[in-house]
Write a protein that binds this ligand. Structure first.
Ligand code: FDA
Length: 309
């Protein structure tokens, strides 16, 4: 009960711009996201990726930001991604990028968003770097998949995320698996109503495993994005039973979350990609991490207050 109420509170806060302004403008609060965000600059993010690569993990870089207000800020965000892709190539990092389309002007329409993405996907093509399109709230699902379809039809190496809590994901994955599109499967991080999304942990977990199995069967190199040991065990068992080797999929986890599990998977010979967010626009991302695990609040408060004293 309490956990559900806290989850709803943090998801509500994640959309409050006034709260974001306070958090971003208060020096003490600015230290809060350090556990989940690699830093505010590309240099700091690159250093985090180098550490991950040295440990055997690959990475996906996320230049934080979402729901921009106009074309100019979308173009600026796109330029930051171009810079990131060029840096990955220059430094020889084992990494790709993850992009939220609301940051690339999706609110201005699918055409405008595809336009904004043009320099990013070109940079990706040139560097041979895959581009992951993150999935946001359900108001954007259809448009996001449409952008992915259009970019793929134009020959760009991009792939979407599907959220196991959405009822529609079974049909989406069926279509994506048919074309062997490289998909990331996750449970889903937004507040969605029961008409369109499973609410129960068991139903979400079963959907997660079913979607993962379908993509594994299609040999589509899925990204299995979860920190839930039960999901991980079920996917590993399925892969073993069907003779699917560890080179045919990868696990994915968030920076700063379940580092113990991250290490264990690498030690067992599985591929692991860590999602590394960086930048100053950390507020909404951080609030969703608190929503997933309200106990993080205590952890974060302790580290902020501890550092201060
Ligand atoms: P679950 O929430 O059941 O957590 C399992 C265990 O993991 C917990 O018991 C705890 O130990 C640990 N844990 C989970 N979250 C934690 C946290 N925030 N802090 C500390 N411990 C935590 N969602 C989305 O809607 N669109 C997207 O594009 C993406 N992209 C994405 C990429 C990657 C690489 C990952 C790992 C996740 C996403 N997500 C996402 C988020 C995803 O939908 C989901 O909200 C979280 O992964 C939490 O779900 P789990 O599967 O980890 O299980």
């Amino acid at each position: 009960m309490l956990a559900a109420a806290l989850r709803a509170l943090f998801l509500w806060l994640s959309n409050r711009r006034w709260m974001a302004r306070i958090a971003l403008g208060t020096p003490l609060l600015r230290r809060m996201p350090l556990r989940f965000v690699a830093g505010t600059t590309l240099d700091e993010a690159v250093a985090a990726v180098q550490r991950l690569n040295a440990s055997g993990a690959s990475a996906t870089l996320d230049v934080l930001g979402e729901s921009i207000e106009g074309r100019a800020s979308a173009d600026r965000a796109a330029a930051a991604y171009v810079e990131t892709i060029e840096r990955i190539a220059r430094d020889g990092l084992d990494a790709n990028v993850s992009i939220k389309l609301t940051q690339m002007g999706l609110d201005l329409g699918v055409d405008a968003c595809v336009d904004v993405l043009e320099p990013v996907v070109k940079a990706g093509d040139q560097a041979g770097i895959f581009i992951r399109i993150d999935m946001e709230g359900s108001a954007y699902t259809e448009q996001t998949l449409e952008v992915v379809r259009r970019l793929r039809a134009a020959g760009h190496d991009v792939g979407p995320v599907v959220q196991a809590y959405l009822h529609r994901s079974a049909a989406d994955v069926e279509a994506l698996a048919r074309e062997r599109v490289r998909v990331r499967v996750c449970k889903g991080a937004y507040a969605e109503p029961p008409e369109i999304a499973y609410q129960e942990r068991v139903a979400i977990g079963d959907s997660f495993v079913t979607l993962s199995e379908e993509l594994l069967r299609a040999d589509a190199y899925p990204g299995i994005a979860t920190h839930d040991p039960e999901m991980i065990d079920r996917v590993i068992t399925f892969a073993k039973e069907h003779g699917i080797g560890p080179e045919r999929f990868e696990f994915q986890m968030l920076y700063g979350v379940r580092r113990d599990l991250q290490r264990q998977l690498l030690e067992k010979g599985y591929r692991l990609r860590v999602y590394v967010p960086f930048g100053t626009e950390w507020y909404a991302y951080f609030m969703r991490r608190l929503a997933e695990r309200p106990a993080n609040v205590l952890f974060v408060l302790r580290s902020v207050l501890g550092e201060r004293s």
